[in-house]
Design a protein around this ligand. Sequence first.
Ligand code: C2E
Ligand code: MG
Ligand code: MG
Ligand code: MG
Length: 282
Amino acid sequence: QAKDAGRGNFAYYSEAMTLAARERIELEARLRKVIEQQELRVFYQAQVAAASGRIVGAEALVRWQYPDGQLIAPGHFIPAAESSGQIVALGEWVLAETCRQGRAWQDAGLPPLTLAVNVSPHQFRSSDMNALVARILKKTGFPAKYLELELTESGLMDNQTKVMGILNDLRAQGVRLAIDDFGTGYSSLAYLKRFPLDVLKIDKSFIDDIPHSQYDMEITATIIAMGRTLGFKVLAEGVETTAQLTFLKTKGCDYYQGYLKYKPMPSDIFAELLRQTARPPR
Ligand code: C2E
Ligand code: MG
Ligand code: MG
Ligand code: MG
């Protein structure tokens, strides 16, 4: 009896695994075509100066849009793209598309703003990151100083000498560098202070329970103070309430992103927002 049940379980799991594996393979096969078939879209989420409320930049966030219009969030395909290596081609497309769009907005007379692009650890370590960025900036004519690359702690804490070299090369091009999801990985403070970074992005998980968690409030305040001491600008991710924003302002947080003010939006709607909020430079 037990044996039968065991065998039954085995059959069940093995079937489930086959299904998962097949879905994975199908997803990977589809991902290969998705770029050529132009099913990827870049959405833009405003980055806001905490003190003034002004839009100072935007983060480029990829979506997969099926021909029927359905949008797939990156959480559903970035991991598969990452493990299959397709993230390199996908990331290259997002970077090129964002720089093209940024240049088009500048040409259309919209106020210049920083555009931040996520770089996966796999992509970051692929040998020619620096050359790729140079090539895309040249091709699109987007000024390097308006491009910000978002790197994760796991991507940065790998091979220190190599990472430092890539960061310095990118910095020499005039590109800005941000550390994304800060606090969720294993950053070494010793390296953090040596890395040529511009922005530290506090992960949403620290912001979520403000103002109810004293612990998260203290951690967030400490990260802001530390980031500023190290000479970084500090941005809080996932700000959804006025109470969170008020807290961040009193602690000296420079920028924020969040549903409180702006969700990620398609490029044409974001451009319209820029037009409406356009004011003379400071
Ligand atoms: P991320 O880089 O940390 O991006 C922030 C995520 O938080 C975005 O999710 C954004 O829509 C979401 N978010 C922003 N404000 C709020 C808020 O107030 N509340 C809530 N609940 N969420 C908020 P999204 O667009 O689903 O992207 C998820 C992750 O996928 C990104 O996290 C990033 O790690 C990855 N990703 C997105 N686009 C790319 C890309 O082009 N390349 C790579 N390598 N990864 C990407
Ligand atoms: Mg990001
Ligand atoms: Mg993040
Ligand atoms: Mg995140």
